[in-house]
Design a binder for this molecule. Structure first.
Ligand SMILES: O=C(O)CCC(=O)C(=O)O
Ligand SMILES: [Fe+2]
Length: 289
């Protein structure tokens, strides 16, 4: 345990991740913001506990130190508008919900009960989301978790041959499948023009330059490589990445406030059992500058 600028940092029981206690979001001193940034760089995932839940205004103020607020970028606004239109959810402002709750016939948030495969948030958009943020608002008695995987470690332990083969290669990330299913209204498809994003297979973090393996099941192919080789390489990369030593499973308690490096970590969740109530509050997070 270390005490850093009035808040405590305790490592979690995986190969990365830390719990932070005693953080203040209300007018935090610059030294605390700097210490929080250091904790994030070192631990990649920071779960804040035992503080008052921040207001949207406090969040805006706090996270504006880390880049442009994601919900204020035109890319993310378009994304949320489209996602809301396709899923029949109210378009979010600063705060939105990942939720399976339906109240008076209206969906409270996104993703319902579906399992979500390993992903970086916003991978289908060219501009990177550098920080993601979720807070547990309502959790079923049976518990619920989100799993995180360290994609820096995945990159750093790749065999030399595959690192050399894919150095400087770009992956094509499928945007259509994020929004549209076969039964999606053709009028919606026509109204919103959605194009795929390209990202380096080994994505440097825009602030630190540290490289992470940045492919997931949302990648269609690796550019500049034949389709069959691309398929084989993607399988090999993902088989290597999601190994138990690189994964931390976070079991949520109400009030947990998780902030993570969304370039260096991927996350996923299992399907949510039906007839439970599970709501995470999401504050758009931060985009690269
Ligand atoms: O519900 C979760 O555990 C994670 C949600 C998530 O990854 C997302 O909405 O992008
Ligand atoms: Fe996510």
């Amino acid at each position: 345990m270390s005490t850093s600028c009035a808040f405590q940092v305790n490592t979690l029981d995986g190969s990365f991740g830390a719990e932070v206690r005693g953080l203040t979001f209300d007018n935090p001193p610059k030294a605390q913001i700097d210490a929080f940034e250091r904790a994030l760089r070192q631990h990649l995932l920071v779960v804040c506990r035992g503080q008052n839940p921040p207001t949207a205004e406090q969040m805006r103020h706090f996270f504006a130190h880390f880049g442009e607020l994601n919900t204020e970028t035109s890319e993310a606004r378009e994304h949320y508008d489209l996602l809301a239109a396709v899923n029949g959810v109210r378009p979010p402002d600063d705060v939105y919900y990942v939720s399976n709750v339906v109240e008076q016939g209206a969906k409270k948030g996104f993703t319902a009960n579906s399992a979500l495969p390993w992903h970086n948030d916003q991978y289908w958009i060219p501009r990177l989301k550098t920080l993601s943020i979720l807070e547990a608002e309502e959790i079923p008695d049976s518990g619920t978790s989100t799993l995180f995987c360290n994609m820096y470690a995945a990159y750093e332990t790749l065999p030399r041959a595959i690192r050399d083969r894919l150095k400087d290669k770009l992956a094509v990330h499928d945007a259509q499948s994020v929004y549209f299913r076969p039964d999606t209204d053709p009028e919606l498809r026509a109204r919103y023009r959605v194009s795929d994003a390209m990202h380096p297979v080994f994505q440097p973090h825009p602030n630190s330059g540290r490289r992470a393996l940045y492919v997931s099941s949302g990648v269609k192919r690796i550019a500049g490589v034949s389709d069959s080789e691309s398929g084989k390489l993607l399988d090999e990369l993902m088989l290597h990445a999601y190994q138990v030593d690189f994964i931390y499973e976070h079991n949520w308690s109400v009030g947990d406030f998780a902030v993570w490096d969304n370039v260096g970590l991927q996350h996923r969740r299992e399907a949510i059992p039906p007839n439970t109530r599970r709501t995470l509050r999401s504050f758009g997070g931060v985009s690269e500058q």
